[in-house]
Design a protein around this ligand. Structure first.
Ligand SMILES: C[S@@+](CC[C@H](N)C(=O)[O-])C[C@H]1O[C@@H](n2cnc3c(N)ncnc32)[C@H](O)[C@@H]1O
Length: 271
């Protein structure tokens, strides 16, 4: 059902567009999206991937330009068509890809179900940056990772920026969220995974000498503090990506977590 909203209308105040308001207000978006069980997909390609992964479309907000491409993929959901100015008025910024879909979330599987049959997994502890989470999912999809497990406080893979940066890989790589940080790793180990903690500490085992198991979990820590001491202690082995001798003198004590993930996941492709 296509609904064209007139240019005189105050689109930002239209209750039918409430799913799309103030996309750069992270706190507002987090509470709105969890309260209504929704997330936003941006751009035709990502919307197509979300629909293909089975997420129901609640509604679409688009400019005229993208209407023809979207109509065949979004089923019976209401499609609101607005001009560029109204799009910016509602969302708070110019949406370059010109199309947004509000999608209903699906219940996440339990961690045990995700671990079942997964040989190569990533476990993310308390990452805060949605872009980093999305980029890591993209690495995971590209480099042979079977699944991702999130600590209870880790940033949301379905937040708009994560979805966008991942180019839809968040729909392709299975993931689950732990209920319990304290004992969360025990479940991973009980499923038969050798647990490798990735740390910038250059005294740890260099990556190319790390022993992988029949099943292996790579732990990645948060952008600021890195892995907690508990998770470092609980791992079977601490593993570092060797950095150059000048890194410290240049004020660099670690890699960005996405770069570390990409280098470490490359191990998976070779095994
Ligand atoms: C920005 S770093 C955190 C830096 C933090 N000061 C620390 O000491 O861990 C974020 C995560 O990226 C991974 N990482 C960064 N550099 C790494 C390296 N050289 N080797 C292995 N993992 C690394 C680790 O998992 C780390 O927890």
């Amino acid at each position: 059902m296509v609904i064209r909203l007139g240019s005189g209308l105050d689109a930002a105040a239209d209750p039918r567009l409430a799913d799309y308001v103030r996309l750069r207000d992270v706190d507002l978006r987090k509470s709105l999206e969890s309260e209504h069980g929704l997330f936003l997909a941006e751009g035709e390609k990502v919307i197509t991937r979300a629909v293909g992964a089975g997420y129901p479309v609640r509604s679409v907000l688009t400019t005229e330009k993208w209407l023809g491409a979207l109509l065949p993929i979004v089923g019976d959901a209401p499609v609101f068509v607005v001009g560029d100015a109204a799009m910016e008025g509602v969302t708070g910024f110019p949406v370059h890809r010109g199309a947004l879909a509000s999608m209903a979330r699906l219940p996440l599987p339990p961690v045990g179900k995700i671990l079942d049959g997964a040989r190569r997994i990533l476990v993310l502890e308390d990452l805060v940056d949605h872009g980093n989470v999305g980029s890591i999912f993209r690495c995971a999809a590209a480099l042979g990772v079977d699944a991702v497990i999130l600590s209870p406080r880790c940033a949301d893979p379905l937040y708009r920026r994560s979805v966008k940066v991942s180019m839809g890989a968040v729909f392709a790589v299975p993931y689950a969220r732990m209920d319990d940080w304290h004992d969360g790793l025990a479940e991973v180990r009980d499923a038969g995974h050798r647990v490798l903690a990735l740390t910038p500490d250059q005294a740890a085992t260099p990556l190319d000498r790390a022993r992988l198991g029949e099943r292996t979990a790579l732990l990645l820590g948060s952008e600021g503090d890195g892995l907690s001491s508990r998770w470092l202690r609980e791992a079977d082995e601490r593993v570092c990506i060797p950095m150059s001798a000048q890194a410290m003198s240049l004020g660099v004590d670690s890699l960005n977590v996405v770069a570390a993930a990409a280098i470490a996941c490359h191990l998976f492709i070779r095994t």
